[in-house]
Design a protein around this ligand. Structure first.
Ligand code: NAD
Ligand code: TDX
Length: 353
């Protein structure tokens, strides 16, 4: 992508999207960054305070599942690139209400593809649709092995099924219409601004309030953790250097069993909070397992390193410490997002949500 471009980020008020918007707006003053987000429970404009008044940034409240709204945006703006993150993203919620995941993650993606294709007809060579996906589409690993870009898809939760389906539609547009696409499949992100339904902020929040720390099953499930700003730098590199039609896996080279991670968080928190050694570990509680709980995710991120020169920069030690510190220093943020006060504000501001 060249300079002076209009880049549409979808889901830019969520965890990863807000870090991405801040980075793009500040690093590329020549770009116009448009953030399209429906402000679901996971979207929080407070996350975007550092850029809310920036001249090269526009926020639009809109629903990707509404084709009319998406078409209107593409009629109004000459969009050059899309980085598509908007999604329902929590596996546990997908087990409860799979249809919402199909609507946003599949139909929403299709609406964006249709609108971009119509608007970009005749100029595909100057455009890019970058779809941000997850390693969960590859399914579940045993004790060994890594997900590669050519690992067959085997999604096992409604969430990962919806993400897999959206990946297939994006690739289908490339093969069928020559539509310009990029896809990345990333492992578990962590860092500031993550909604406290996900393991790491949930555990930190519960430690703070001396509540039980729920570990699903026996705690031996493994995730590969990547600091969110490393994901942002990978997306930046892929957008600018990625080869049209290609998929890149992004990972942290940082596999951990859930129980080991929760114990580590307990220890960092106790240290930071001046609590006795071992105090929080006493509240670890093994609870009923997540249905269909994928055993292990692990990424081979060799392709993006070889071809685009990207690898994670943040060590686990620094990343987890920074993350814990951020939540401890931002307890008001935690309080607001868990109380739903920010949802009430949006309802008042936008009339509905
Ligand atoms: P998130 O849940 O924090 O944020 C999602 C954002 O999308 C929210 O701001 C929400 O308001 C918005 N959104 C939801 N439905 C919408 C709709 N219908 N129209 C417009 N906006 C809508 O998610 P996240 O963790 O930041 O993940 C972002 C993307 O990255 C997702 O596509 C996810 O699948 C992918 N991903 C996440 C991780 C991770 O560990 N969090 C890892 C790999 C890939
Ligand atoms: O309370 C909990 N206890 C627990 O043991 C929660 C919320 C989770 N877990 C386990 C389940 C997982 O093995 O911890 C692990 C991480 O869980 P989540 O934070 O819910 O993440 P996960 O299901 O692995 O999915 C995440 O990474 C990939 C994101 O939510 C997805 O959007 C992303 O695609």
């Amino acid at each position: 992508m060249e300079a002076r471009k209009t880049v549409l980020v979808t889901g830019g008020a969520g965890f990863i999207g807000s870090h991405l918007c801040i980075q793009l707006v500040q690093k590329y003053p020549d770009y116009h960054i448009i953030n399209l987000d429906n402000l679901t429970y996971a979207g929080n404009l407070e996350n975007l305070k550092p850029i809310e008044k920036a001249k090269n940034y526009t926020f639009i409240k809109g629903d990707i599942a509404n084709a009319g709204e998406v078409d209107q945006l593409f009629d109004k703006y000459e969009v050059d690139g899309v980085i598509h993150l908007a999604a329902e993203s929590h596996v546990d919620r997908s087990i409860d209400s799979p249809n919402e995941f199909a609507l946003t993650n599949v139909i929403g993606t299709l609406n964006l593809l249709n609108a971009a294709k119509k608007s970009w007809e005749g100029k595909f060579d100057q455009k890019m649709f970058y779809h941000v996906s997850t390693d969960e589409v590859y399914g579940s690993l045993g004790d060994t092995g890594l997900f590669r870009e050519d690992t067959p898809y085997d999604p096992r939760s409604p969430y990962s099924a919806s993400k897999a389906s959206s990946d297939h539609f994006v690739r289908a547009f490339y093969h069928t219409y020559g539509f310009p696409i990029l896809i990345s499949n990333c492992s578990n992100n962590y860092g500031p601004l993550q909604f406290p339904e996900k393991l790491i902020p949930l555990v930190i929040n519960n430690i703070l309030h001396r509540k039980p720390l729920p570990v699903y099953g026996d705690g031996t499930n493994v995730r590969d953790w990547l600091y969110v700003l490393d994901h942002v730098s990978a997306m930046d590199v892929i957008l600018h250097k990625g080869k049209t039609g290609e998929t890149y896996n992004i990972g942290g080279n940082n596999e951990m069993k859930n129980i080991d991670l929760v114990e580590l968080l307990c220890d960092i928190c106790d240290d930071e909070l001046g609590r006795p050694v071992g105090d929080s570990r006493k509240r670890i509680t093994f609870v009923k397992d997540r249905p269909g709980h994928d055993k292990r995710y692990a990424i081979d991120a060799g392709k993006i390193k070889r071809e685009l020169g990207w690898e994670p920069q943040t060590t686990a030690e620094l990343g987890f410490k920074n993350t814990v510190k951020w939540y401890l220093d931002n307890q008001e943020w935690l309080k607001r997002v868990t109380s739903g006060a920010y949802q009430d504000y949006y309802k008042k501001f936008y009339g509905q949500n």
